[in-house]
Design a protein around this ligand. Sequence first.
Ligand SMILES: [Zn+2]
Length: 86
Amino acid sequence: MTGFGDGGGAGLRRETGRVVNEVAQELRTLDDGAAWFSGLPADEHVKAFRVLLSVFAVADTRRRETYCKGACGHAWHNLPAAAEGL
Ligand SMILES: [Zn+2]
């Protein structure tokens, strides 16, 4: 696969961010997003995963500060402190 001429850094982050947002906004199907991810070279998966986590963190933080603020029963928003050390 080509298109990551900078070695996969900024180009991959930009591409991953675009694909993630397209899936989230239903401009691209989840299956198509998964196919895109699967088509990445194996050594790009960790980089793409890091981008996915950073996008998730932004969305999750926003949700904690809005919808979940003050009255949240989500198990994943109430994890024991020990999980932070993993
Ligand atoms: Zn919550």
